[in-house]
Design a binder for this molecule. Structure first.
Ligand code: HEC
Ligand code: HEC
Length: 258
């Protein structure tokens, strides 16, 4: 038989138990989050995509950093911008390195031709019409007609129809007198150790692969700049945004549970 004391006591015990269970769950959730935050900075960045909880949190946080700091130049979904001459970050094609999280993180930290001493700055595209000096290369000026020949050769490399004789002259210039191969490689496939773009893949940083844009690139040169973020973002933010960029071309690794 239940006494009055029993009846008032039972709900209290029940409430206490429920509160205890809730507190345990909360601390478990908090502990998991805390452990994941710790793993974000201590783990090898290339191993993080396989750690789904850490990756998921990083990509979510990285997206916010991206919207704030990167979307203005690289576009909201990482498509890049023809008007701003920024590369797409979502296509798995890289100017610098092979697109591992660690390599992306390096680019984000120090930038490209930024003022940071550790930025990527090994080379740039010389302007050939006035023969602007390039750090390592002695540039011999080209005439507008040479540059038109080179343009025809590059159109031919894309499989586009054009002036065959001009393309043949352009090929000789590319491989001998103008020395383009020295940076862009013999097969014009570019060099990801120095950030020199491929000229055969129909992916253009400057313009859309039309003759005028190619002519202008050769005539006036380029030295695209991505800022260094090491003094602007925290180490966690840099890693998060690098993982977000990595996930743009590896959606299967975004950490979403399937
Ligand atoms: C002021 C414009 C600008 C902003 C802001 C900017 N970038 Fe860039 N970024 C560039 C340009 C331009 C290039 C290409 C540089 C070149 O020509 O080599 C580039 C290149 C890159 C590359 C190299 C891509 C490749 O193919 O190897 C990565 C990665 C990158 N940016 C990430 C970021 C991230 C992440 C942010 C935000 C934290 C950011 N960028 C903000 C302009 C910008
Ligand atoms: C000193 C190294 C170097 C030499 C020599 C050089 N290039 Fe480049 N070229 C580059 C780099 C680096 C870029 C990318 C610049 C940037 O990211 O801002 C580039 C970009 C280009 C582009 C634009 C590509 C795009 O995706 O929009 C064209 C076209 C081009 N080069 C053609 C040539 C031709 C033709 C020659 C020879 C007359 C030549 N280059 C010689 C380094 C070089």
């Amino acid at each position: 038989m239940m006494t009055k004391a029993h009846r008032t006591f039972r709900p209290i015990i029940f409430t206490a138990l429920a509160a205890g269970v809730a507190a345990a769950i909360a601390s478990l959730v908090w502990f998991n989050a805390y452990a994941a935050a710790g793993r974000l900075l201590t783990a090898d960045p290339n191993a993080i995509p396989a750690d789904r909880p850490v990756m998921h949190r990083a990509v979510t946080a990285g997206q916010a950093v991206y919207s704030r700091q990167c979307a203005s130049c690289h576009a909201a979904g990482g498509q890049g911008s023809v008007a701003l001459s920024t590369p797409a970050l979502n296509d798995g094609d890289w100017l610098y390195g092979d697109g591992t999280p660690a390599e992306i993180e390096r680019t984000v930290s120090y930038g490209i031709r930024s003022h940071h001493a550790r930025s990527w700055h090994l080379t740039e595209m010389p302007g050939y019409i006035q023969a602007t000096a390039s750090g390592t290369h002695q540039i011999i000026p080209l005439t507008p007609s040479d540059i038109r020949d080179l343009t025809e050769y590059l159109m031919k490399l894309q499989g586009e129809p054009g002036d065959e004789q001009a393309a043949a002259r352009g090929q000789t210039l590319f491989h001998i007198s103008a020395g383009c191969w020295d940076c862009h490689a013999r097969d014009a496939g570019g060099d990801r150790a120095t950030g020199v773009p491929s000229l055969t893949d129909k992916i253009w940083l400057y313009g859309k692969g039309d003759r005028q844009s190619i002519f202008d690139s050769i005539a006036f040169g380029h030295a695209g700049v991505c800022p260094a973020w090491i003094d602007v973002l925290t180490p966690a933010e840099i890693r998060q945004v690098a993982l977000y960029v990595y996930a743009l071309s590896h959606p299967e690794d975004s950490g979403e549970s399937k």
